[in-house]
Ligand binder design. Structure first.
Ligand code: VGL
Ligand code: ZN
Length: 213
């Protein structure tokens, strides 16, 4: 059983948003076409309180994209983004959600960032996504969405660690930083993940068949 994980397809991560991923909006139509090819579709939502410590504005004298340390973990300081219940935190209006059976929110603890859909960055708390997928009989996960070099990458990495056969659909994601994206893909391949293109999904055997004439 295969699941599609739609990672953080939110207004703040597309051009015009607070933490815009270049061309982030260009994947939305593809994500919609991919969904019917899966038995299960799940989404994640970055969902920060306004006082979240990943925001540069919550550290005196610090600027976005500087690096710091947060409770012993390396932390990039981001522009404030995906603040709970703001328009920037909403899923992209063109993303189809009728087939999305569950949405897992992350990044809600102000003291720790949470890139992966499975765990916070310190791996201290699970979101429940792995247990949910196991409960639904999922053995393979296909990861897409934003951003390739952060939340998509860390979600795929945790999926591998949880024992799922893991695929990154490379044309269904976009990175914040291209070099970081190349490193992320190489790392996933080293860990046993597979980097594929959407055409491989469209040619999977159990794709919906057109109605017989
Ligand atoms: C993300 C940085 C901070 C992401 C979320 O969705 O990739 N990146 N928060
Ligand atoms: Zn975030």
């Amino acid at each position: 059983m295969k699941a599609l994980l739609l990672i953080d397809v939110q207004n703040d991560f597309v051009p015009g948003g607070a933490l815009a991923v270049p061309e982030g909006d260009e994947i939305v139509a593809l994500l919609n076409r991919l969904q019917p090819h899966f038995e299960l579709v799940v989404a994640t939502q970055d969902w920060h309180p306004a006082n979240h410590k990943s925001f540069a504005a919550n550290h005196a004298g610090r600027q976005p994209f500087e690096e710091t340390e947060l409770h012993g973990l390396a932390q990039v300081l981001w522009p404030a983004h995906c603040v709970q219940s703001t328009p920037g935190a909403e899923l992209h209006p063109e993303l189809h959600t009728n087939q999305v059976e569950a949405i897992f929110r992350k990044g809600t603890d102000p003291e720790i960032d949470s890139y992966s859909g499975f765990y916070d960055n310190g791996h201290r708390k699970a979101t429940g996504l792995a247990a949910y997928l196991f409960g639904r009989g999922i053995t393979s996960v296909y990861v897409a969405g934003l951003a390739a070099d952060y939340c998509v990458y860390f979600t795929a990495k945790d999926a591998l660690q949880e024992g799922f056969e893991t695929f990154l659909i490379e044309d269904a994601t976009r990175p914040i930083n291209q070099e970081g994206c190349e490193r992320a893909k190489a790392d996933l391949e080293n860990l046993g993940g597979k980097i594929i293109s959407s055409t491989e999904v469209f040619s999977l055997q159990n794709a919906p068949q057109p109605a017989q004439a």
